[in-house]
Design a protein around this ligand. Structure first.
Ligand code: DI6
Ligand code: FE
Length: 415
């Protein structure tokens, strides 16, 4: 299961972590049993063995005689932020295509002309695993500078067994090199690689050859597919997802980004953890997702970078009670973004999400989108002690600023 390649390192680290207490803090717990951000002022957090053992009044702290005590001097604490949708591991860059788009070409035109995802596939196939790790670490460090403690990382730039496995192994290695939880997703059905001319045949190969190897080596915590005209049809995605479900792998889906193919409804029908992008999702799709508990992951970085104008139906999600998360979609083609704080600003400015929706969207709801709400995403007793401590006066500052991180300290499993 999740992160097992790195869990040994992590477990070792935790057993060496002394008890710690943070005092005199303003805490946005994000706990669902409280209103809004679940704010407790003038409060304390205690952790033992890397887990939270107390949140609330300092007078009620458990006896932890050896605990290190940290005075937060009135600073705000949120859960460590969660970037629940990234393509962090890839080779090369696509600045040349950026120039083509500035000269008038569209993303779909570039993709149909053989550029797009496939140019990153070539660069990723030729890169060594070590080179992928080095390039991705630089991006991970940028995310962490915004208080991120959990990052989902997708494959999808290998599109052949060895190259996909290489990407997933590189992703897993990141968790052993930094104090962060890395959650991996096998995005097998991302694009049709150049050596194939038939999408159904490619899905056959994924299902018969690649997926069993990914599952065997426990390299993925979930699977994903790009359901779109330039990628795979709902029926092709469904075939891939059913094979994954038979191996116990939960589903996420890139849905309705450029057109409405009914991806949101497909996600709901399959009980997906999340459906992501959703610019063209219908009101029925939003309702189906709410009923299934599938999280809508809003990706304003791609919307901005592609200069899209068709917004995801935020009002429908609100009305139906569809949970909403926000993520960077960090990838070389449509969202070269490594700031989750800026992603929140874009979600507010471009999509009119509220400050509370944005902040819950990078904590509690992002955890839900990863199936990790039992471990991370809120500051509650029993959860991993992953925190971000901020030099701010109000939580809205985290959404309001552009290109500035007021992070004071980042805590991962109480370290
Ligand atoms: N949707 C996206 O925005 C990225 N992948 C996807 O399925 C784009 C990936 C790329 O252009 O490299
Ligand atoms: Fe994506």
């Amino acid at each position: 299961m999740a992160g097992e390649t790195t869990a040994n390192d992590a477990t070792r680290a935790i057993s060496q972590t002394p008890p710690r207490i943070w005092l005199n803090a303003r805490i946005a717990t994000m706990a669902p049993d409280r209103e809004g951000l679940g704010i407790i002022e003038g409060a304390a957090i205690a952790a033992e063995g890397g887990r939270i053992v107390h949140v609330g009044d300092a007078a009620d702290l458990p006896a932890l005689p050896d605990a290190e005590r940290i005075d937060c001097e009135g600073r705000w604490i949120t859960p460590g932020l969660i970037d629940c949708h990234t393509h962090l591991v890839f080779g090369g860059d696509r600045s040349h295509e950026f120039e083509l788009r500035l000269a008038g070409a569209s993303y779909e035109e570039i993709s149909r002309a053989g550029g797009g995802i496939n140019s990153t596939v070539t660069a990723t196939r030729t890169a060594s695993e070590d080179a992928l790790v080095t390039a991705s670490l630089a991006r991970l460090d940028r995310l962490m500078a915004d208080g991120v403690t959990t990052v989902e990382v997708k494959s999808g730039y290998g599109l052949a067994a060895d190259a996909e496995l290489k990407q997933l192994r590189a992703a897993r290695r990141l968790g052993g090199l930094r104090h962060a939880n890395i959650v991996t997703t096998f995005l097998g059905a991302h694009a049709l690689p150049r050596e194939f001319d038939d999408k159904d045949r490619f899905i056959n190969v994924l299902v018969q050859d690649v997926l069993p190897r990914v599952a065997d080596e426990k390299l993925a915590d979930a699977v994903d597919a790009f359901c779109e005209g330039i990628a795979f049809s709902p029926a092709q995605c469904e075939r891939f997802f059913k094979a994954a479900a038979a191996l116990g792998l939960p589903v996420k889906i890139h849905a309705d980004q450029l057109s409405d193919l009914g991806g949101a409804a497909l996600a709901a029908r399959l009980g997906a953890l999340s459906a992501d992008h959703l610019e063209y999702t219908s009101d029925e799709g939003a309702a189906a997702m709410a009923a299934a508990g599938t999280v809508a992951v809003i990706l304003p970085g791609a919307f901005y970078f592609l200069r899209e104008t068709h917004k995801p139906p935020i009002d429908s999600f609100r009305r139906h009670g569809t949970p909403m998360a926000v993520a960077t979609d960090c990838n070389p083609g449509t969202s070269p973004l490594t700031s989750l704080l800026l992603a929140m600003n874009m979600a507010a400015t471009l999509m009119r999400m509220t400050v509370d929706e944005c902040l819950l969207g990078v904590t509690r709801e992002a955890a839900r989108a990863l199936g990790r709400l039992d471990r991370v995403g809120t500051i509650e007793v029993g959860k991993q002690c992953d925190l971000a401590i901020w030099d701010i006066e109000r939580p809205a500052e985290l959404v309001y600023r552009m290109g500035f991180s007021p992070l004071h300290a980042r805590v991962w499993r109480a370290q």
